[in-house]
Design a protein. Structure first.
Length: 199
């Protein structure tokens, strides 16, 4: 699948209560963490990119802001929002078959991992294709995954029934697992984790 059939989404609307400030605006080198994640998607060949949640960011020129339809409902709401947008684009403009989701606070994820997630969804036996692929190290890391747009109705139904935990939401789908080093999936939950990354 080419990058033109994938919508890349950085989840940027979390409250960042443990971190103490807006994670998306935190600097890593010469750019914000949000810009860093969008660049990772671009380097992976994902042509169309959005950032979901929060406010529009004037400093971001290479992606469009997507309003989270379910603000305050965690990453699952943002994923359902992104799937809905991908289906809308497919109906109105051009075919989008898959979304790739990257949380703003896992800045060590590589473009190679993004490509491996996409490949894990499309490369399986056509008689039993995967619906999604998730990165895992010592456990599944739902902050980094690829999801087919055909899952929208199933996931939207799970959301409507009150499910918010991603492992439960995806339990009825065929999910491939892409092995990564646990260090690559380090989550920047607090300033000390950021210090480890920047060091």
């Amino acid at each position: 699948m080419s990058g033109s059939g994938v919508l890349g989404a950085v989840l940027a609307g979390g409250a960042s209560t443990r971190f103490g400030s807006d994670k998306a605006a935190v600097m890593i080198g010469q750019r914000t963490m949000l810009q860093h994640q969008l660049a990772t998607l671009a380097t992976a060949g994902v042509v169309e990119r959005v950032y979901v949640g929060g406010e529009p960011r004037p400093e971001v020129a290479n992606a469009r802001h997507l309003v989270d339809v379910y603000p305050g409902e965690g990453p699952f709401g943002a994923i359902v929002t992104t799937l809905g947008e991908a289906v809308r684009v497919s109906n109105d403009e051009r075919a989008i078959d898959m979304i790739v989701v990257l949380a703003v606070d896992v800045p060590l994820v590589t473009p190679l991992t993004i490509n491996r997630l996409i490949t894990a969804v499309v490369a399986n036996d056509a008689t039993l294709p995967s619906d999604a692929a998730v990165a895992y190290g010592e456990r599944d890391h739902w902050s980094c995954l690829a999801v087919r747009t055909t899952t929208l109705n199933t996931l939207r139904s799970q959301f409507a029934q009150g499910t918010r935990a991603l492992h439960r939401a995806f339990s009825s789908l065929r999910v491939a697992r892409v092995a990564c080093g646990e260090a690559e999936l380090l989550n920047v939950n607090d300033p000390s984790a950021l210090n480890v990354i920047t060091a």
